[in-house]
Design a protein around this ligand. Structure first.
Ligand SMILES: [Zn+2]
Length: 378
């Protein structure tokens, strides 16, 4: 990325839907973007980082209904769990964490503008007209058939017809709420926003019409990010909406993607019962960001041994050292080259091991600050 003088690098990362406390998949994504923010800032590029809380979302309402609690209460409780987990894992908190429920007037304003510019039409809901945007599908490199297949798999396909959407790929910007869901008044009828428009509006409000880095888990690439890009560029007339899209891989457990529906989630709190926060964090970031990988307890144990060596070494060093020394140039150059090479964090972790072997305390500290942040070594 080329720095632009006097302007921070703007980074928007799709955050959690707060209905089930954070698992390793979430922690992986947010730890990776934390390394990215810290690495850019260590190189003199300030970062403005926004991460949203999707507190208006169907799965959240479903969970609230199932558990018989108010959706706001559930969202508040689980947002706190997310922030607590990531604080323990040592993140540099995002500069803004907007909640969808606070952004409804701006979401409606954006929906109205899309309607006025004929990118949206109203039938039983207000839909974005994907045929009005050239290149829908290009971000995720999908054909029309594969997009439709994915929508069907995720139960997002919906109906096509005179009283519904005109085309299978169109998606709602504003729709009716079920009786026990929240709804807001609007000129399109009482209702709630569609998922994609939420992120477009928050990204643009806090970071501007064009952003540098847009991130999230790879499961968001289609349809969420594809749709976000289309409606954002339709809204502003400016392309690209995001200069770089960065997607993190999926974390598996016992060979399958961790997911609520399979019941194989490893929660951050479970991992923290077995290892210090720094070890959990180091284990996460010792995987290449774009790849899928398998969570293994033995891998976490290995990271814990490395963290323990580092803790002892730094404690000894603090006791015996008389005056500060600069980190070894070669070690830091290798570490920075690794992260500059498409954020190769496994290689950066190897550089950290080398710094430990060479007993270079300043280099160990500098690398630790970026890879592990403020996570505790004990
Ligand atoms: Zn999003």
């Amino acid at each position: 990325m080329q720095p632009r003088p006097h302007k921070p690098v703007t980074m928007y990362v799709c955050g959690v839907t707060p209905y089930d406390s954070g698992h390793m998949g979430h922690a992986f994504t947010f730890s990776i973007f934390d390394v990215l923010a810290r690495f850019l800032e260590s190189g003199g590029m300030p970062v403005k980082y926004a991460q949203n809380i999707t507190d208006v979302d169907d799965p959240l309402f479903e969970r609230a209904r199932r558990d018989g609690i108010d959706w706001r209460e559930l969202a508040d409780r689980e947002t706190k769990v997310h922030i607590r987990d990531m604080t323990v894992l040592g993140w540099r908190p995002p500069d803004v964490m907007p909640r969808v429920s606070d952004e409804i007037p701006r979401i409606l304003a954006a929906a109205s503008r899309l309607k006025a510019s004929r990118h949206a039409y109203k039938t039983d809901a207000l839909y974005f007209d994907t045929s009005s945007y050239r290149g829908y599908g290009r971000l995720s490199h999908r054909t029309r058939r594969s997009m439709i297949r994915k929508l069907r798999e995720e139960e997002l396909l919906g109906k096509v017809g005179p009283d519904a959407k005109r085309d299978a790929l169109d998606f709602p910007l504003w729709r009716r709420s079920s009786p026990d869901e929240p709804s807001w008044p609007s000129k399109f009828g009482e209702g709630k926003p569609g998922w994609h428009i939420e992120c477009s509006v928050m990204a643009m409000r806090y970071l501007g019409p064009q952003i540098d880095i847009h991130g999230g888990g790879r499961d968001l690439l289609f349809s969420h990010h594809e749709s976000e890009r289309a409606q954002s560029e339709a809204l502003t007339g400016k392309a690209p909406f995001a200069r770089a899209w960065v997607h993190t891989g999926m974390v598996r457990y016992n060979g399958r993607k961790m997911s609520k529906s399979l019941g194989n989630l490893i929660k951050v709190s479970q991992a923290l019962q077995r290892a210090p926060a720094a070890a959990v964090r180091l284990y996460l970031v010792s995987h290449r960001y774009a790849r899928d990988w398998d969570f293994e307890w033995e891998g976490l144990a290995r990271a814990a041994r490395l963290v323990e060596r580092m803790r002892k070494f730094l404690a000894d060093d603090a006791r015996t050292r008389r005056r500060p020394v600069a980190p070894g140039r070669g070690l830091m150059a290798e570490f920075n080259a690794a992260l500059a090479d498409d954020l190769d964090t496994p290689r950066a972790v190897r550089a950290l091991r080398a710094a430990l072997r060479q007993r270079d305390a300043p280099a160990v500290r500098a690398m630790k600050d970026i890879l592990i942040g403020s996570a505790s070594l004990t």
